[in-house]
Design a protein around this ligand. Sequence first.
Ligand code: CMX
Length: 136
Amino acid sequence: MELTHIEHIGIAVKSIDEARKYYEDVLGLTCYAIEEVKDQKVKTAFFKIGQTKIELLESTDPEGPVGKFIEKKGQGIHHIAFAVNGIDGALVELEEKGVGLIDKTPRKGAEGLEIGFLHPKSSFGVLTEFCEDKNK
Ligand code: CMX
């Protein structure tokens, strides 16, 4: 598989409205998109640093993945996402290598990317996402 860069870092926050003040007013970044991803039960806000993004994740349902994460661990880094060329083949290769997959085939994530999550138990406690922009 060919990983090209860190596409984004997902950060769980209780409130995007509150957290974005730090990213904008203190760090001087610009929020360029806010998007709800209904099937993931999150609202997202994106900031860009070079070719890497920060994705703030606010839960829209306490039973969703981010709601449960904040309840258990509090706010903080939720996942890391690698950009990969050829996500379909990469997920097959990961499974062949014994990595536990949450998504065995890619699905649509925020910003129209094809995404697939690896289980954190297979990646030393780090929830890991693979993603590919097939529109590029
Ligand atoms: N990072 C590291 N470990 C995590 C984790 C995270 N973000 N979320 C959960 N875990 C750990 C838990 O601490 C728990 O570990 P222990 O068994 O040692 O206590 C274990 O994983 C199971 O966690 P859980 O609380 O029982 O939660 P679930 O099993 O219901 O779900 C997970 C965990 C990772 C499978 C689920 O959150 C998932 O499917 N995530 C992928 C989708 C996602 O995160 N979507 C939100 C972002 C969407 C986007 O970016 O657009």
